[in-house]
Design a protein around this ligand. Sequence first.
Ligand code: BG6
Length: 487
Amino acid sequence: MVCGFPENFLWGAASAANQVEGGWDEGGKGISVSDCAKSHFHTDLSDYKKQNEVTLDDIRTAMASSDEHAYPKRHGSDFYHHYKEDIALMADMGLRVFRMSIAWSRIYPHGDDEQPNEAGLQYYDSVFDELRKHNIEPLVTISHYEPPIDLLLKYRGWYSRKTIELFERYVRTIVDRYKNKVKYWITFNEIDSMERHPYTTGGFLKEQFDDLDFHTVIAQAMHHQFVASALAVKICHEMIPGAQVGCMLTKLTYYPYSCKPEDALQAQQEMRRIYAFSDTQVFGEYPAYLLNHWKKDSIEVSMTTEDLLLMKQNPVDFVSFSYYTSSCCAKDPQGLPHAPGNTITAVKNPYLASNDWGWQIDALGLRISLVDLYDRYHKPLFIVENGIGANDLLIDGKVHDPYRIDYYREHINAMRDAIVEDSVDLIGYTCWSFIDLVSESTKQMSKRYGLVYVDCDDYGNGTYNRYKKDSFYWYKKVIATNGEDLS
Ligand code: BG6
């Protein structure tokens, strides 16, 4: 009988290079899609699509500019220069694992370079060594919204088969280099987001495909990422004894808005749009419902029998996911109140409270998600993002964030119930995020997620000094008691 969190539970915190690192033009780094994502602070912050509007002209303007204020991901939280200080803070907190990503453009600045950038490789050597010094296990995402911009301009990103070859080169380089330092890997962050924001995930723009049906473009790019992901699993398994490699989903959890069977069906269909991605990576083959959907919509994806064999032979070892919020689905959503969520806008749940950006807070939804995923896959699960964006205030060097502590307490309780009551095999939890970082959707610093406050505003102004929030001390105690003391 399981009483609580397993002894070896991986308590941790997360980040992504494109949001935290900064140093966008240092150490030989090339420009990534995220470095060209400008702030849209003046537009409707709840409209994810508007926030992500990028054109080829915007990219050209961005590439000709060295401005960091207009392109907040260029400065991030300056982890690039502060990593030793930040890792010391992680050690102070007692973190067992730190989720981070490698910026592809730091290793292959243009994506198609013949040789890797040694300075970039050395930088991550230093980060991993620092983590190891403090007994913190790195969990590395190979691609988290960071394709080099030249892949978009030259090849149309993941639509091109050539990108698989270039990705393989990148993966072989980093896995060979870090094989003695990194055991846990994630191939693509939120691989399902290809449909919702193809620019950051797929590295291409709709305007590059005037001649083609865009749904087909997306499906083709998806296929290329599935092949690339399987290749990454294969490479890690071949080169690192005991390597653990996971897929990663945006766990969008939908409830039927009412008990009308039509609403229940709608919710099920929406969930399948996400599960299609994990089904493919866990079972190593396309689910029949996805193939059927492509057929029905006359989407023809070009694939080889070798691709399918590679996918079949290299399923993932664990399923990881982000979870922030849940939403409702109705057959006829017209006239119903809507709420923004993680890269979506959906029918609002009248029973839930929301954060400052309108994302609804639902800890039970996390337990439901864990049970659903475990019953579906029977594979170890890893929550690699969960947290609350908030307008934190720094006063006299202190940040009082009881709302964040409440959020985490409820979600960690839900995790415990999933483990103890529902027998879910959950191996770890990395909250989002360790330090404040630039929001993916709104590009704001002021949408703060960290356990550590970074003194930097939306325009990149500030000292970049770090301050422990109240939640820092609270989470430290949670880790020290292995999740027993959530008071
Ligand atoms: C996840 C992403 O979708 O959500 C992160 O993997 C992102 O990169 C996080 O930061 C929170 O979303 P946002 O838009 O509030 O930063």
